[in-house]
Design a protein around this ligand. Structure first.
Ligand code: ZN
Length: 218
């Protein structure tokens, strides 16, 4: 078996399990909810995890079936409900769960240029350790080489990118940590837009990155 693939699946399953158990911070919760909107196939997997979680709760206190159903409904409707108060344009480009978290659609994002071919929009983290950003990588461009002090979870919203772990397309989640030093590269077929959540600042490792780090104070 390919080591990277099983590792990749294991990390994703752990993330989905934490989601099902309600253990994720708001940024990661929105990221996984958006992933499930884009990749509905994983919903059945999350539902089965929720059954396991509900059974574990039953050992402590009986949970009525109707409560469990309400819990599932609540989890899957969370994104829709949060966005219900806002009127979205017909051109809406973000999954509901992410729109509710970011508070605007891609068309209304005020991008900040980081490097030629790389733009960023940071979402305020409301006092948590977590940093959440939308990233725009121009077709064929690379992110600066970097590694991570914590975990970096990235959801592809548009286009696709490749790094040392594989190829990620729309709706895919990439999970990277301190063991991985990478330079994600957007496919040549179009610009790549991602939502990335990190629990510690990235550590830039390449020569350009180190120079940039001095100026941005990361
Ligand atoms: Zn990374």
């Amino acid at each position: 078996m390919n080591g990277f693939n099983s590792e990749r699946e294991g990390a994703l399953n752990a993330l989905l399990a934490d989601y099902a158990a309600g253990h994720l911070n708001p940024a990661l919760h929105s990221l996984v909810a958006a992933h499930l909107e884009m990749k509905p196939d994983n919903r059945s997997f999350v539902s089965s995890l929720e059954v396991v979680h509900a059974r574990a709760l039953e050992d402590v206190a009986p949970v009525e079936l109707s409560n469990r159903q309400a819990m599932l409904d609540r989890i899957f409707a969370a994104g829709d409900r949060q966005a219900a108060g806002a009127v979205r344009k017909p051109s809406a480009s973000l999954p509901e769960a992410l729109y509710a978290y970011v508070g605007r659609d891609l068309e209304d994002v005020k991008w900040r240029s980081v490097l030629p071919g790389l733009k960023e929009f940071r979402i305020s983290d409301k006092g948590s350790e977590t940093e959440a950003s939308l990233l725009w990588i121009r077709s064929g461009r690379r992110m600066p080489a970097h590694t991570h002090d914590g975990q970096e979870v990235t959801l592809v919203l548009k286009g696709a990118f490749t790094d040392t772990m594989g190829h990620y397309g729309r709706g895919d989640i990439s999970i990277a940590d301190g063991d991985i030093d990478h330079r994600p590269r957007a496919d040549d077929s179009g610009d790549c837009i991602c939502f990335a959540v990190t629990d510690a600042p990235l550590r830039l490792t390449g020569p350009i990155g180190r120079l940039l780090q001095r100026f941005t104070g990361h």
